[in-house]
Design a protein around this ligand. Structure first.
Ligand code: TTP
Ligand code: MG
Length: 384
């Protein structure tokens, strides 16, 4: 089966964030980086690029080129937070997401395309979900591998959407300068140019053996890349096999006292599943008695879930199977058999989804204890 890989790259990332947050900056040349006179440009808005300003240029030079630009020193921590929000959106398409830098990521979409009428529709959906979440524009490239997907996302920035089908590969590569190939730096470029190779198309016409005899091991890579072949996998962060949360008590609890604890643990496990866009197929209850004997009980669900209520109800049901008369030092709730929740909206009740989303947002902003369900309170506990 041919692969489908997407590369997502935010447009003028730091500058666009600043323009989003301060409407007065919209449509103006904005340069982010360094201090007023020292240091280099991190990035600049497309309006500033029209003056020839670009990343890594000394700020002093940028000032000469575009004296009216607005210079900002940037908010690194804040861009990181936004980067995480964008990644979360991407995880709703596939669990195989490789964050390549603060503003770009690869998505392995092989096997996920049948949810969309076309690759174009899929690309537009990625752009529009990012926009809905963070009000920022991204360029998206889709191709049969990482190299071509990245080439595609860069093809018509900003707000670009370019799809490179297998049959179009030669067309896209023919006139591409050799230095656009992975691993070809200024030295490599100079060497290739010396041999008369300036475009990728020229390299693709040379028999691989000849490239290997000229450039050694790198010659083999050049032969592959120039023909649009790139076997590198999309390396997502290793997927967790389970997500769990447990609590050891300062004083042993009775069986009756465990339910509110389970409710709290279930809520935390549910929030973590939702944050990482996972569904759990199995819920496990762990308990440790006062003599340190430890037991686990598991239940496989009829349908995978990320819903606090179902996680809690399952854990509470498992608790019924544990002895009433014993004392407990620890309980834990674990979700396992994890799958991606990319297509969740097709199966779950939207109201419940909405409620959980709102709860997650409140807790992210004000802390886990900001809001919780009544069942998380013990009988003797009262609201402050
Ligand atoms: P890029 O994606 O290379 O650049 P960009 O998003 O600003 O612009 P575009 O993709 O539309 O061409 O880099 C992402 C961010 O990384 C960028 O906003 C700022 C930071 N960065 C630096 O700090 N220094 C650099 O030299 C580069 C290239 C980027
Ligand atoms: Mg970018």
């Amino acid at each position: 089966m041919p692969r489908v890989v997407a590369h997502v790259d935010m447009d003028a990332f730091y500058a666009q964030v600043e323009q989003r947050d301060d409407p007065q900056l919209k449509g103006k040349p904005v340069i982010v980086g360094g201090s007023r006179m020292r240091g280099v440009v991190s990035t600049c808005s497309y309006e500033a690029r029209a003056y020839g300003v670009h990343s890594a240029m000394p700020i002093s030079q940028a000032r000469r080129l575009c004296p009216d630009a607005i210079f900002l020193s940037g908010r690194m921590g804040y861009y990181q937070v936004i980067s995480q929000e964008i990644l979360k959106v991407l995880y709703s398409f596939t669990p195989q997401v490789e964050a390549a830098s603060i503003d770009e990521a690869y998505l392995e979409l092989t096997g996920a395309t049948h949810f969309f009428p076309s690759l174009k529709a899929l690309g537009r959906e990625i752009q529009s979900r990012i926009w809905q979440q963070v009000q920022l524009t991204a360029s998206v490239g889709i191709g049969p591998n990482k190299f071509l997907a990245k080439l595609a996302s860069d093809w018509e920035k900003p707000k670009g959407l370019t799809i490179i089908g297998q049959e179009q590969v030669p067309k896209f590569l023919a006139h591409l300068p050799v230095e656009k190939l992975l691993g070809v730096g200024p030295k490599g470029k100079a060497k290739l140019n010396r041999y008369g190779f300036t475009t990728v198309g020229q390299l693709a016409e040379v028999p691989p053996q000849k490239l290997i005899s000229l450039f050694g091991k790198q010659g083999a890579d050049l032969a592959q890349l120039s023909r649009g072949y790139d076997p590198r996998p999309v390396e997502g962060a290793r997927e967790p096999k389970s997500m769990g949360k447990e609590e050891t008590f300062s004083q042993d609890l009775t069986h009756q006292e465990l339910k509110p604890v389970l409710a709290r643990l279930a809520a935390e496990v549910g929030a973590r599943l939702r944050a990482k866009s996972f569904l759990a197929g199995t819920i496990t209850l762990k308990a440790r008695y006062e003599d340190f004997e430890t037991v686990t009980r598991s239940q496989t669900l009829l349908a995978p879930t990320q819903d606090d209520d179902l996680i809690f109800e399952t854990a509470a049901e498992l608790l019924q199977g544990l002895p009433l008369e014993r004392k407990y030092r620890l309980v834990g709730v674990t979700a396992s058999k994890l799958t991606s929740s990319g297509q969740l909206s097709l199966f779950t009740k939207p109201k419940q989804q909405e409620l959980l989303g709102t709860l997650d947002e409140l807790r992210n902003r004000y802390g886990q204890q900001a809001i919780f369900k009544g069942r998380e309170m013990g009988e003797k506990q009262e609201c402050d």
